[in-house]
Design a protein around this ligand. Structure first.
Ligand code: GRF
Length: 180
């Protein structure tokens, strides 16, 4: 069986979608002790490791995470992990780490408000991108994308909901293909 590790900092809806799709997640790593993903993981008996980083250094944080990630991990799945990883960490897991971003990269990469930024920019096509992680943020080779068209009655809220719903089937499907 392939070993999948999820890294997440927040709600964890993508984590749940991945599990619901039938993908076995070996463990979850979070940097946020209040992240809802912790509750979601506990509910489905997936071990969670909390590595806080309040006053600690980035290198300390990543060394600690590296000790938690099994050497034989096949895929690290970033699902809303809100920290920028060092080149050292990215290169260690080159071609084994994926991320999902709620925009059609390279548009609106590098930030935490991609959907809102696209909305404020007047975009009529939104989307999601699954990509390999490289040291440059949201810039790795694209694995797959989906476009989501804005309808006249859409609001920022409704388009955000549509984007997340698309994430919840595209990410698990993509992960499944990658580990098959
Ligand atoms: C998703 O929108 C994902 O695209 C972005 O962070 C969000 C995570 O949401 N990278 P959740 O924690 O999985 O609900």
């Amino acid at each position: 069986m392939k070993k999948v590790v999820v890294m997440a900092s927040g709600e964890g809806s993508n984590f749940s979608a991945i599990v619901d799709f039938g993908i076995i997640v070996d463990r979850v790593i979070t940097d946020n002790p209040n992240a809802n993903v912790i509750k979601r993981a506990e509910k489905v008996n997936v071990p969670v490791f909390v590595v806080e980083n309040k006053k600690k250094e980035r290198v300390w944080h990543e060394r600690t995470i590296l000790e938690i990630i099994p050497e034989d991990t096949d895929l690290i799945v970033m699902a809303g992990y809100m920290r920028i990883l060092t080149a050292w960490f990215c290169n260690k897991w080159k071609d084994k780490m994926v991320n999902i971003h709620p925009s059609l990269l390279p548009a609106f990469g590098g930030g935490c408000h991609a959907i809102e930024d696209a909305w404020n920019h007047g975009c009529t096509v939104f989307g999601i991108t699954v990509h390999w992680v490289i040291p440059e943020v949201d810039a790795g080779p694209i694995i797959t994308q989906r476009a989501i068209h804005k309808f006249t009655d859409d609001t920022l809220e409704s388009i955000t909901g549509k984007i997340h719903r698309v994430e919840h089937y595209v990410y698990p499907e993509t992960i499944k293909k990658l580990i098959s």
